[in-house]
Design a protein around this ligand. Structure first.
Ligand code: KG4
Ligand code: ZN
Length: 365
């Protein structure tokens, strides 16, 4: 299938957009031109959570508060811009940890009010969903409709992306998210946190030789379940009790787990495509899409269905502010086509839950 090269959007904005991401434990800021060119981007992965084996919401919120002023100044300096040059401010306003969302969106709204420019509230999941459409990021245009596999620490969903703001959930996890499962299995194997990247590294030393279940494989629909896989791993570890695991065994178990996840994802994607035969491409997003085996599995699966898999580079799969800025630009651009400019979300409150299906309301006149 041949796709046209990416062309930049045209928007009526007269200056760059500055965006803030603070929905979990990454504090990030980015500045993009109206056509989506990245002028500057910074991500700080917070410290202080690893000792607790997971993100501590209170620590995260406090860290966002102390990191943001310097991070925003440094991002502006990197872009060689004065704040007065900005035309739009955006922030992740949900879903996520409420403390961090309040800190990031309040900071962003304060900036917008001080500069007297609009503020766009960005849905974090929508930002992941639209990342692949950033101009010049991938060699091919990402046309609507596309099938999105969102696999992060908190989300595991197959979504039909029909247009900006128009999303239909095809299936999701019945228990843990994929990233969460990677983190929990990594913990069982005695690895640090976040576990996904560490487990991937260990798996490179091993072979996928240990039989493990693949829950829901070949079942109708495209829901996911990982609890049976986690339990099977716990059973394999039982004979070792509190003893340290032999490294080769841990590596084989990591490789076998990763292969099981890849097989599950390939199967679920195949079923999702049955529900969405009009899909033009397969797009992946979220932290787990940074995993090499998952990426190659998605490419193979897409190929088998005559589609192209378009996956953003790993640094834009994990949480970042570039995706937030881009989602704000897409929203702004579409809203301006609907003659809704100038508009601002200054009164929008941060939300720990914010279903994607609600995004369409924004464009109903
Ligand atoms: O999208 P993300 O940065 O934050 C959320 O919105 O959750 O995803 C973080 C998740 C974590 O669970 C982390 O372990 C997982 O993505 N992850 C990976 C890899 N890199 C990050 N999982 C598997 N392999 C990786 N290379
Ligand atoms: Zn995320």
């Amino acid at each position: 299938m041949t796709l046209a090269p990416m062309t930049p959007n045209k928007t009526p904005l007269t200056g760059p957009v500055l965006a803030i991401e603070s929905s979990c434990d990454e504090t990030a800021c980015a500045i993009l031109t109206p056509d989506g060119t990245i002028l500057a981007q910074r991500v700080v992965s917070q410290e202080g959570h690893a000792d607790f084996g997971g993100v501590v919401p209170e620590i995260a919120a406090r860290a966002h508060l102390s990191l943001l002023p310097h991070l925003v100044s440094a991002t502006l300096a990197e872009a060689h811009l004065a704040p007065s040059a900005l035309a739009l401010i955006a922030a992740s306003t949900g879903p996520g940890l409420i403390g961090g969302l309040i800190v990031g969106s309040s900071f962003a709204k304060g900036l917008a009010l001080a500069l007297n420019i609009p503020f766009i509230a960005v849905n974090h999941v929508e930002a992941h969903a639209l990342t692949a459409r950033i101009p010049h990021l991938l060699p091919y245009e990402v046309p609507f409709p596309y099938l999105l596999l969102l696999v992060s620490g908190g989300h595991c969903q197959c979504i039909a992306v029909e247009d900006i703001g128009v999303y239909r959930k095809l299936g999701g996890t019945l228990d843990d998210a994929v990233g969460e499962t990677f983190d929990k299995v990594a913990k069982m194997l005695g690895l640090g946190w976040p576990g996904g990247p560490m487990l991937e590294k260990l798996a490179q030393e091993g072979h996928a030789s240990i039989p493990l279940p693949r829950p829901l494989l070949q079942r109708e629909g495209c829901d996911f379940s990982f609890s049976g896989l986690k339990t099977a791993i716990a059973q394999k570890l039982m004979p070792y009790g509190q003893e340290p695991l032999p490294r080769p065994f841990a590596a084989d178990l990591a490789a076998s787990f990763q292969q099981a996840v890849a097989d599950i994802i390939a199967d679920r994607i195949t079923h999702a495509l049955n529900k969405m035969p009009q899909a033009k491409v397969l797009v992946a997003a979220g932290g787990v899409a940074a995993n090499h085996l998952i990426r190659t599995t998605l490419e193979k699966t897409a190929d088998q269905h005559g589609l192209r898999a378009l996956i953003p580079p790993p640094r834009l799969c994990t949480d970042n502010a570039v995706m937030v800025a881009w989602a704000a630009l897409e929203t702004w651009h579409k809203a301006s086509q609907h003659h809704q400019t100038p508009f601002t979300d200054i009164a929008t409150r941060p939300r720990p839950r914010w279903p994607l299906e609600e995004m369409a309301q924004r464009f109903t006149l």
